[in-house]
Design a protein around this ligand. Structure first.
Ligand SMILES: Nc1ncnc2c1ncn2[C@@H]1O[C@H](COP(=O)(O)OP(=O)(O)O)[C@@H](O)[C@H]1O
Ligand code: SF4
Ligand SMILES: [Mg+2]
Length: 329
């Protein structure tokens, strides 16, 4: 197998408490995954599971406390800021709120020209204008949109510009963090289709972050599932959707309405409050919510083990003979 484009190894990030007397938050604990050239890896998990922290570590918005982020063998996690700035076009991010990512006083054309010049500082004016027009058409807009300002655009159009800015610098990989979560459902579908088309036509490599497994289903080649900062399952999207191995993934999947599948109420999480970070001490952090919990689960942190080809899961159930499942060990 060829070397992955990006290798994340045992990434760790803890935040200081937000208020005095609070506890530090272990946002990301020993997360490892590869991003393979030309693939879309979906990163899913409930709010607070550490998805954005991982994405932000990849673009140097956070400095990890430990671990490696290898791009072409170079560890981005330890690069000094100056050195990273020279490589900043390699990994680009699309944000949830396109308005905050655009300068309200800059026209669409100027925002995109800025990005195009960052990529080709010595290109002449004509070349930049030609690339600008091509870029606008690529994201489904017209050349006349270049003279518009962000407040004259719809939410979907703003997100298209956010995507255009990110791809203008021809990044090696794209991080889309909840890129469609703030949009209406019909617009979400259009942006997902656009990302899929761009991925095909430009061969983009993408980390697609979303709390919604239903959205990830439409774009991802592989899916990684996070729970309280730890990776609990990773595998090919078709396997994850057909045969999710981890009880948490099963719960996320059960919550997606699907007329073709009977509702499995036993798998649905019945505590809308979400995960409890205090449970992340010893043992499996999902234990307080897991319908299959056993005494064993509270003892040691389950580690990722292979359950099928290219598919791993961190759950003791996967290490116990099926005949003994349900026993208190
Ligand atoms: N800058 C920060 N300071 C303190 N805690 C933070 C900060 N950013 C994120 N967190 C905490 O880290 C955890 C993971 O957050 P985040 O990565 O944003 O999760 P997600 O994107 O999956 O919703 C949460 O408990 C969140 O409150
Ligand atoms: S290790 Fe135990 S508590 Fe955790 S997901 Fe598996 S069965 Fe549930
Ligand atoms: Mg987030």
């Amino acid at each position: 197998m060829t070397r992955p484009l990006l290798e994340v190894r045992r990434l760790r990030k803890t935040f200081a408490p937000r208020r005095r007397g609070g506890s530090p938050v272990r946002a990301v604990t020993d997360v490892s995954f590869d991003l393979r050239e030309g693939e879309v890896l979906g990163l899913v998990g409930e709010s607070g599971s550490g998805k954005s922290t991982i994405g932000q570590c990849l673009v140097h918005l956070h400095r990890p406390d430990g671990g490696e982020i290898l791009l072409d063998g170079e560890n981005l996690a330890t690069l000094p800021r100056g050195a990273f700035r020279r490589r900043r076009t390699a990994v680009q991010m699309i944000f949830q709120d396109p308005s905050s990512a655009l300068n309200p006083r800059m026209s669409v054309g100027d925002a995109l020209r800025e990005a195009l010049r960052l990529h080709s500082p010595h290109a002449g004016r004509d070349v930049i204008e030609e690339r600008l027009e091509r870029l606008l058409r690529l994201i489904g807009l017209q050349p006349e949109h270049a003279s518009r300002y962000p407040h004259q655009l719809s939410g979907g159009q703003k997100q298209r510009i956010g995507i255009a800015r990110a791809i203008a610098v021809e990044p090696r990989c794209l991080i889309a963090d909840e890129a469609v979560s703030a949009l209406d459902v019909s617009i979400q579908a259009q942006i997902i289709t656009l990302l899929g088309d761009l991925q095909q036509s430009l061969g983009l490599t993408m980390l697609f972050i979303s709390h919604d497994l239903g959205v990830v289903r439409y774009v991802a080649d592989r899916v990684a599932v996070l729970y309280l900062g730890r990776l609990v399952e990773i595998g090919p999207a078709r396997d994850i959707f057909a045969a999710p191995a981890h009880p948490y993934t099963q719960a996320l999947l059960a919550a997606i309405p699907d007329p073709a599948r009977p509702l499995d109420e036993s798998a649905i999480l019945d505590d809308p409050a979400g995960p409890d970070p205090r449970a992340a001490g010893g043992g499996c952090a999902f234990a307080p919510r897991c319908p299959h919990v056993m005494d064993l689960c509270r003892k040691d942190q389950p580690f990722l083990t292979q359950v099928a080809a290219d598919h791993t899961c961190a759950c003791v159930l996967r290490k116990i003979h099926p005949d003994r499942q349900g026993e208190t060990v």
